[in-house]
Design a protein around this ligand. Structure first.
Ligand code: FAD
Ligand code: NAD
Length: 464
């Protein structure tokens, strides 16, 4: 590639970057997107959302066949699985998705450059020996695994989420460090395929950022499924043996140390912003103390003309949050009014049952001194959930005590990640719980549990 110049250059082709590039191109900007990985799609498509959901789906089918078909009177005989095929299918799903993004780049006449980008001066970048100039530079370099001191990741015996998506053998005993989203999703995958799974969590509950009642219920359900939890426990070191790993554990509150032996250890204690070799020092952009790039309400960094979006600026580290920021920023650059409503960003844990949340938790409302009402409805009382044989969990809606505006919704249950959508839409339109309660919902449907929870806010659920 010869030296070239563009209106917009996006660094990173993850959900933040590739979506920003597409929207910028739609708005008439001559746009390039650069990624050092090769296939576009970033963490999400290559080693995150998509491969993890492919394996969750495959392992869910296997578990249905081995544990649940019999409840429906279906006899399948001895059920087995071919892990190689399962992993190959996952990779095909990834490849099809990344090719889809390449197609979208072509369709939108976006120049896609594979290589590591370095910002050399305001409006100037280099990729290897090539020099590129841009009116607007968008940093969308995402995030990487947070390491745990004393527990070195070799992606074989001690793996990050990336290695946990590639295990060629089901481990006898998988120890997961961190009972967050990755720990529960990938812990579920390998547990369904036959591993004993122990999850070690520093705090005293699983999914610590979710609503407390949901966390408790999630722990109960996952324990019933067979996952084991060691809460309030920190891992202080790992010793690699020939075939196993011995972890040193300590109670977080202090006390006697213990050991735990695993075949494979998954470190899933969070992700941190990625800005290595980006050249921020060349333009004087300072990161904050956690490594995130500070931006203003228009996603501009401290340097005019250089913007940042997605995981690298912090907030919810979610693909759809990054995408929405990409769209908003491209529209702002085009003189429009791009905006992201951070109060209405859903978060979903794709275990089974799924866990979905939007808005405030009860703990947050209490801490903020907001008066609220609660409507709750269990899936045991929902006819579709009963017909499906999927009755674990509930829907909980939190609404302002005075105005009835929906402030939060927390669902643990079948297809929670899809059910939350109507509440997110409602919150975008500042719906009252009564608006959802008076909306006709098809029968028999899981979404009727959402309607009943909304009715429950006014104490008038019909089926409870
Ligand atoms: P990224 O997707 O991280 O993309 C950044 C890109 O920038 C990378 O491809 C990188 O190669 C490139 N890059 C970095 N530096 C340079 C440079 N100097 N030059 C060129 N290229 C560079 N989120 C969800 O919403 N739903 C999920 O189900 C979900 N599941 C997940 C499962 C796992 C196992 C993991 C790890 C994450 C998951 N996430 C999920 C989180 C999601 O992947 C991230 O929030 C999302 O990818 C962030 O998008 P981004 O565009 O900010 O960055
Ligand atoms: P997380 O923040 O969800 O969970 C990390 C967990 O590790 C927390 O419960 C935390 O208390 C615990 N922890 C931290 N330090 C510890 C220590 N030293 N010992 C034991 N436990 C410790 O992070 P994650 O699961 O690694 O996921 C990373 C990011 O990727 C998240 O921000 C998440 O949003 C995103 N992600 C999203 C999805 C999804 O949307 N379905 C799926 C996977 C990942």
């Amino acid at each position: 590639m010869a030296d070239s110049s563009f209106d917009v250059v996006v660094i990173g082709a993850g959900p933040g970057g590739y979506v920003a590039a597409i929207r910028a191109a739609q708005l008439g900007f001559n746009t390039a997107c650069i990624d050092r990985r090769g296939p576009p799609g970033g963490t999400c498509l290559n080693v995150g959302c998509i491969p993890s959901k492919a394996l969750l789906q495959s392992s869910h089918h296997y578990e249905d066949a081995t544990k649940h078909f019999a409840d429906h009177g279906i006899e399948v005989g001895k059920v087995g699985f071919d892990l190689g095929k399962m992993l190959a299918r996952k990779q095909k799903v990834v490849n099809d998705n990344t090719k889809g993004v390449e197609f979208l780049f072509k369709k939108n006449k976006i120049t896609y450059i594979v290589g590591e980008a370095k910002i050399t001066a305001p409006g100037q970048l280099s990729v290897g020996s090539d020099k590129i100039s841009a009116k607007h530079i968008i940093i969308a370099t995402g995030s990487d695994v947070t390491p745990l001191p004393g527990v070195e990741i070799d992606e074989k015996q001690v793996v990050s989420s990336t290695g946990a998506l590639e295990l060629t053998k089901v481990p006898g005993h998988l120890v997961v460090i961190g009972a967050g989203v990755i720990g529960l999703e990938l812990g579920s995958v390998w547990h369904r395929l036959g591993a004993k799974v122990t999850v070690v969590e520093y705090l005293d509950r699983v999914l610590p950022t979710n609503d407390g009642e949901v966390s408790k219920q999630a722990q109960r359900i996952f324990e019933k499924q067979g996952l084991e939890f060691k809460l309030g426990t920190k891992v202080t070191g790992a010793k690699l043996g020939k075939k196993d790993v011995t972890l040193s554990l300590e109670p977080a509150a202090g006390g006697a140390a213990a050991e735990l032996v695993a075949d494979v250890v998954l470190v899933a204690i969070g992700r941190r912003p990625y800005t290595t070799n980006l050249g921020l020092e060349n333009v004087g952009i300072a990161v904050d103390k956690r490594g995130f790039i500070p931006v203003d309400s228009h996603f501009q960094t401290s340097v005019p003309g250089i913007y940042a979006i997605g995981d690298v600026i912090g907030g919810a580290m979610l693909a759809h949050k990054a995408e929405d920021e990409g769209v908003a920023l491209a529209e702002i650059l085009a003189g429009q009014h791009g905006h992201v409503n951070y109060n209405a960003i859903p978060g979903v844990v794709y275990t089974w049952p799924e866990v979905a949340a939007v808005g405030k938790s009860e703990e947050q409302l209490k801490a903020e001194g907001v008066e609220y009402k609660v409507g709750k409805f269990p899936f045991t009382a929902n006819s579709r959930a009963r017909a499906n044989g999927d009755t674990d969990g509930f829907v909980k809606i939190l609404a302002d005590a005075k105005t009835d505006e929906v402030l939060g919704c927390h669902i643990i249950g079948p297809s929670a990640g899809d059910l939350i959508g109507e509440v997110v839409l409602g919150m975008e339109f500042r719906a009252a719980a009564e608006d959802i309660a008076r909306t006709c919902h098809a029968h028999p449907g899981l979404a009727e549990a959402v309607k009943e929870a909304a009715l429950g806010v006014a104490g008038r659920a019909i089926h409870l």
